[in-house]
Write a new protein. Sequence first.
Length: 295
Amino acid sequence: MAGEFDLIDWIRSNQAKSPLVSVGIGHDLAVLKWPANDLLLVGVDQVIDGVHFDSSAHPPEQIGRKVMNRNLSDCAAMGCLPAAAVVAVALPKDAPMEYAKRLYAGLREAGDAFACPIIGGDTATWDGKLVMSVTILGRSDGVRPITRGGAVAGNEIYVTGPLGGSILGRHLTFDPRVTLGRKLAGAATAMIDLSDGLSRDLGHICRASGVGAIIESSLVPIHPDAVELSQRDGVSALEHALNDGEDYELLLTGPAGIDGVIRIGRVTREPGIFLMENGSPRPLNARGWQHQVGL
């Protein structure tokens, strides 16, 4: 019967080479060659069966791509380049080796698109559902990392694409905006990827920057998926675009006239986030995704 070490050997034999990695999978720690003038950026994200995907409906390759792409999207939000990833997987006890290999295939496909090899991790089995966690290492490579805390009053607010309705499939098939994030880093004052919804993620920027915001409802780009979902559930397409989350577009602030993005509002000195509809502002309450933690 195949076990954990058989899987590790298989992954090692299928892993892409990277000039940054001198010791990779199969040792207690990986060893990376890090340029002296480069900043190291580190993040971690996880996906849970029944929360971020449905393993009874979604193929393992698609699940693997999603968890890697979520982390790559965080690189995009900071304007950095992915360098390497470490993956921890808790597999259901009845999951066959072939299923694990297909998960890895999805992870590797997503990482290879940005020269981001898997350099280590951990594999376990348990009585619960599939859980995967990826720790991402990014490098600045000469670009100042963009945080959530640089927005100033008078900045414009932009997004990189249409929003809403991602649950119809885009939450699994999105492309992280790594290349675009690098280009925007030269102009953006603050940036975040839209994982939890525009209304909630804009709040993160405003709190970190000590500012407020006004969004123009007529300027918010609405994805066709949001329109289709609206026809199914009766919730307006605009509400879906504001609140659905998992669009994985970038939300940024910066001066007027940034090319290649869509202006949707402006940053204000006064606190609070408002939606301007038909010339009248109303509070835009955060209604995107939030994990609940018992206290």
